[in-house]
Design a protein around this ligand. Structure first.
Ligand SMILES: [Cu+2]
Length: 251
């Protein structure tokens, strides 16, 4: 392992020299040099899929909405704040998207893009806030510094629920309808691929080695594509409004 690391570092250094030489030689052709250097650095992409089964154990048609993320990296890169804020809109009396992973320290904008007023609030341990009532075209923002799950509600419409997962880093993805995900720019080293789904208590995970030759399991078996299965076992839980009361029958 140590030997591998040493040779990787050596390769890294000679690669840096190669880039430096290329920049000196072809400094004017910036785009070209960038191309060479980024190709040689080749940030790794982890691909995979999550299959969701319903409560009866039947495979669902739609496998979207599972958050897949990396945790416990042995070689975490320096954390950089995202250039743009993340966003959860209010549209058609829903929060869109209803699942949003972010890295701790990120800010989320909550624009009202709807025809009606909404009141956005959360009493979660990781972040408690109340943005008050605001109209179409307005936007309010919240910064999330503490890791954890933040459940966001509207005080007017009980069906409006969003889950913000505040994670340790920016290596995350949300599955598409086929269940597929991609984690891009992953550094070499060990990491745990974890999962989270709003309607399941199952959170399958896998420890992996990311090496120059590819991804390996802890028994050094090569992994082409990471696959997980999740079975739904949670119904939507009724929640109270911000005053701790049931929502009125009509709203
Ligand atoms: Cu609302």
């Amino acid at each position: 392992m140590t030997e591998n690391r040493a040779s990787n570092e050596k390769r890294g250094r000679s690669f840096i020299s190669l880039c430096a030489a290329a920049i000196l030689a072809y400094g004017v052709a910036g785009g070209f040099v960038d191309g060479i250097c980024s190709a040689a650095q080749a940030p790794f992409s982890i691909r995979g899929a999550v299959g969701i089964r319903d409560r009866e154990g039947k495979a669902k048609q739609d496998h979207s909405g599972v958050v897949v993320f990396l945790d416990d990296l042995t070689n975490p890169p320096r954390h950089e704040a995202p250039a743009e804020n993340a966003k959860i809109s209010q549209v058609g009396k829903q929060f869109v998207p209803s699942v949003l992973p972010i890295a701790a320290g990120a800010t989320v904008d909550f624009p009202n893009d709807d025809m009606v007023y909404h009141n956005v609030f959360s009493f979660s341990q990781a972040k408690s806030f109340d943005l008050g009532i605001y109209e179409r075209g307005s936007k309010r923002s919240v910064t999330f510094d503490q890791q954890g799950l933040v459940k966001v509600y509207c005080n007017i419409h009980p069906q409006m629920v969003a889950n913000i997962l505040v994670l340790p880093n920016a290596f995350f993805s949300v599955t598409d309808s086929k269940g597929e995900f991609i984690l891009s720019g992953v550094p070499r080293g060990e990491a745990t691929v974890r999962t989270w789904h709003a309607r399941s208590s199952e959170q399958p995970e896998q420890r992996i080695y990311v090496k120059e030759e590819g991804i390996f399991a802890t028994d050094m078996r090569p992994i082409g594509k990471i696959e997980f299965q999740i079975t739904e076992d949670r119904l939507a839980v009724k929640h109270k409004n911000k005053w701790g009361q049931d929502y009125p029958a009509k709203y």
